[in-house]
Design a protein around this ligand. Structure first.
Ligand SMILES: O=C(O)CCC(=O)C(=O)O
Ligand SMILES: [Fe+2]
Length: 476
């Protein structure tokens, strides 16, 4: 199909109206069919309910009357089946089919961009105010037309793409003014509701380095979200924004050495027979919470087992529809998958001094283009005194690096100012909870986007009721 560039001539633009009319006609037909079905179901339900109500007082004596129990049996055996068959019936399929045949694909994102550019060109050349434009005023002339909140949102997002932050913010503020509550039921469908606008505003304000305003916008987005509206990004960023910039520095390798001077780098030879025989080079990166890296933990044979076993199972992380927070594919491996995996698990128990029996399976993660795991906590605080604790109560995490990454892909601790470069075979260990059993916000972490190369890690979330600390030396 040839591209038309619909935005560039009024003749082509007018053609879109024709398409729109036909779409609307099909939509009306489809809605009518659905309505018919709903109507039939309502009538049936009312009739059925009327008979059912007769039994409310005393079900046993109702059932004891054969003139009632036979009909009951018939209803449940015959009518109910018919009703279910009817319920499963897909109505209006013909209209849907016709709708699907529409070549909406010919109207492209490029067309929308050109239209947006056209509007913004007018704004600049004629020095128009975005609020006036949205309300139908062009050079002091009032027209009987307006831009909807969704239109303004589109312009705002487009301007953000063009790196025109301040103007984007202004359009988004107008979008909020133009928002009308009456469209609220559609917010989840069109994803252009008030909370989407606030979310976009938050993102755009980050761009203009307005951290404060950005956090406020994200908070609003979360507050106003109606059911089904996807505000995952806002939700995430509302809490983590202060850390976003430290995180960026961490990712870029600009964070330097950890600030605490008491940190040690030595051979760890305590806690198990294995470590006494083969001490591991251990580097402390933080003491509160503990973050330490152990070198040469995962042998080449173990690495290759983990990768081979995971390959057939790797699946894109399933989160929200558009989940930029976690962009990787992962697979789970049970602790006794192979002898190597089993041995590796014992090694992790030795290193951490923690019992892994109650923990979730080892997860192998592979990050793709720009893949990241944005700032998050592994540990979720359980309700006090409600045992057993849920799996999400993860006291510690071990991250095994299964590949070097050519560029980027550091593990970042925004609250600690740490950026750790993946080293194949190393294990990064950190505590998510303190000795009082409280999840520690400072253990917040992220995987930076991969800049170049591939990134394979295995992560072991260590959960349990606290008993697994028993292997800590000097505790009993
Ligand atoms: O891949 C990383 O560096 C982090 C992984 C992670 O945070 C996790 O698995 O919880
Ligand atoms: Fe994590």
């Amino acid at each position: 199909v040839e591209e038309q560039h619909y935005a560039t001539s009024t003749r082509h633009l007018a053609f879109l109206l024709q398409v729109e009319d036909e779409l609307l006609a099909h939509m009306r037909q489809y809605a009518a069919k659905l309505q018919q079905k709903v109507h039939t179901m309502r009538v049936l339900q009312a009739e059925w309910l009327a008979r059912r109500l007769a039994a409310i007082a005393d079900p046993v004596s109702y059932a004891a009357n054969p003139l009632r129990s036979l009909p009951l049996m018939r209803r449940m055996h015959v009518d109910a089946r018919k009703w279910l068959t009817f319920a499963r019936l897909e109505v209006g399929q013909e209209s849907l089919k016709q709708l699907a045949e529409y070549e909406l694909g010919v109207i492209t994102a490029v067309d929308l961009k050109e239209a947006a550019n056209g509007l913004l060109r007018i704004q600049e050349t004629y020095d128009l105010h975005e609020r006036d434009m949205a309300r139908g005023i062009l050079q002091h002339k009032q027209y009987n037309s307006r831009l909807s909140a969704a239109d303004c949102l589109t312009l705002g997002a487009h301007l953000e793409d063009l790196k025109k932050g301040p103007l984007a913010c202004r359009w988004l503020e107008v979008a909020l003014e133009q928002y009308e509550d009456k469209w609220q039921p559609l917010d989840w469908l069109l994803q252009a509701g008030r909370s989407q606008i606030w979310q976009q505003l938050g993102l755009t304000r980050i761009m203009t380095h307005d951290l404060h305003g950005s956090r406020a916008a994200f908070t609003k987005a979360v507050e106003l979200a109606s059911e089904g509206e996807d505000v995952a990004i806002a939700q995430h960023l509302a809490g983590n924004l202060g850390h976003h910039f430290v995180h960026q520095r961490n990712c870029q390798g600009k964070s330097g050495l950890p600030v605490q001077s008491s940190l040690r780098c030595h051979y760890a030879a305590e806690g198990s027979a294995y470590l006494r025989l083969a001490p591991l080079r251990m580097e402390q990166l933080s003491l509160d919470p503990l973050v330490a890296i152990y070198h040469e933990v995962v042998s080449a044979a173990e690495q290759s087992d983990l990768l081979t076993l995971s390959q057939p199972q790797l699946q894109r992380h399933r989160g929200h529809r558009y989940d930029a927070v976690r962009t990787f594919a992962s697979a789970e491996l049970v602790s006794n998958a192979t002898l190597h995996v089993e041995r590796l698990h014992r090694k992790l128990e030795d290193i951490t001094g923690l019992d892994l029996a109650e923990s979730e399976p080892l997860r192998i993660l592979n990050y793709g283009l720009g893949g990241q795991y944005y700032i998050h906590e592994d540990c979720k605080q359980p309700q006090p005194h409600v045992e057993p604790y849920p799996k999400e109560y993860r006291l510690a995490t071990v991250l095994l690096y299964l590949s070097d990454v050519r560029q980027g892909g550091y593990t970042s601790f925004p609250a600690l100012g740490l950026g750790i470069r993946p080293q194949r075979g190393s294990a990064l260990v950190w505590h998510n909870a303190n000795n009082a059993g409280n999840c520690d916000f400072k253990a917040l972490h992220a995987a930076c986007p991969v800049l170049l190369g591939t990134r394979w890690v295995a992560s072991k979330w260590i959960s349990g009721s606290g008993g697994q600390w028993r292997r800590k030396p000097c505790r009993k």
